[in-house]
Design a protein around this ligand. Structure first.
Ligand code: NDP
Length: 312
């Protein structure tokens, strides 16, 4: 069995090392830009992150493509140029716990007003602010998938009222569930904290624009850990400057790294992290992908296959 490995960031050797240990009988092919596979025997599987068109064009005989991450937008953008084989994302693989930590931390920071105390402390101000009630601090989670659900549970355990929005209707104990575009405005109107955990698809691109973000209650907060292109940057900035949105914690951006002149950098009510809310844990990822390859070799079904029509 031949497995092709590629990462757009070039950091592939540790992956090759771990796959060699986990699948000792597999022949690993580390692909680099400019390399031709024409003279080589075909690969059975490809394990990729941020592939290029020139690589995808050469994957004519693979049985499946595995992604080293949970989001499929970076590969689905190639549309019809993609080989007609299953594309398989990582399912959790240690990311859900990280997401839950990140979102719980950001939510508590706003709820307990640590963002304001940080500002005050920088100015040498000792000033206890009025406390808040959790009952008034509903957290709305957009996207109830492999990562969205554990985030919702973590927030519930902390005692926050929670609501969730998905494409298909859900019935979850203790969660106000909303489904579909027609319910989005009602969902937003009751979300004091809005957490975006949606995949990037044509429907979710620019979803959070001025009109939608204006539906949030005055003084609401945004936490985006999904994809930057889901938020209209100038609209978010305008609503923060007007005071309608009190603060935002952003882990993802339209262009990454976030360019130096971007106005988000200088807005004190925006907290920026460099796409770290849920890092791919190599050990877990290799175990998961290898186990799925073994299942496919035994003609068994696997989960986490991307639905190309839905876009996630
Ligand atoms: P899943 O595919 O498991 O779940 C997606 C959820 O979004 C589902 O509940 C789905 O609804 C909902 N959804 C999708 N489209 C729509 C729509 N048009 N309207 C309403 N709901 C919609 O994704 P994950 O939870 O695993 O991951 C979410 C995203 O997080 C990833 O796609 C990726 O972009 C991002 N991510 C970010 C990372 C980071 O470090 N910042 C790391 C990993 C992932 P339904 O249940 O009805 O299908």
């Amino acid at each position: 069995m031949r497995i092709l490995l590629y990462r757009g960031d070039g950091v592939i050797e540790p992956w090759a090392h771990d796959f060699a240990a986990r699948l000792p009988h597999a022949e690993l092919v580390v692909w680099r830009e400019g390399m031709s596979l024409a003279a080589q025997p075909p690969c059975d599987y490809a394990v990729l992150w941020a592939p290029t068109r020139s690589l995808l064009d050469q994957l004519t005989q693979v049985k499946a493509i595995f992604l080293m991450g949970a989001g499929a937008d970076a590969i689905l953008k190639f549309g019809d140029a993609l080989p007609h084989v299953p594309i398989v994302r990582l399912g959790d693989a240690g990311m859900a716990e990280q997401m839950a930590e990140y979102v719980a931390y950001a939510t508590l920071r706003y709820f307990r007003r640590f963002d304001e105390y940080e500002q005050q402390a920088r100015q040498g101000i000792w000033n206890p602010l009025p406390e808040r009630r959790k009952a008034d601090f509903t957290v709305g989670v957009l996207g109830l998938g492999k990562l969205g659900m554990p985030v919702l549970h973590a927030l519930r355990q902390l005692g926050f009222p929670v609501r969730g929005w998905s494409r298909s209707p859900r019935d979850l104990p203790g969660v106000e569930c909303y489904a579909g575009m027609e319910s989005l405005d009602d969902f937003l109107a009751g979300s004091q904290v809005l957490v975006c955990m949606l995949p990037l698809t044509p429907e979710t691109t620019n979803l959070l624009d001025r009109a939608r973000l204006s539906q949030l209650p005055a003084g609401a907060y945004l936490i985006n850990v999904a994809r930057g292109a889901q938020v209209a940057d100038p609209d978010l900035l305008a609503l923060i400057r007007s005071g309608h949105i009190a603060g935002a914690t952003l882990d993802v951006f339209r262009n990454e790294p976030l360019p130096a002149p971007h106005p988000f950098w200088s807005e004190p009510r925006i907290t920026i992290t460099p796409h770290i809310s849920a890092l791919t844990l190599r050990e877990e990822a290799v175990q998961q992908i290898a186990a799925k390859i073994e299942r496919l070799e035994r003609d068994e079904a696997i989960d986490d296959v991307i639905d190309r029509v839905r876009g996630y």
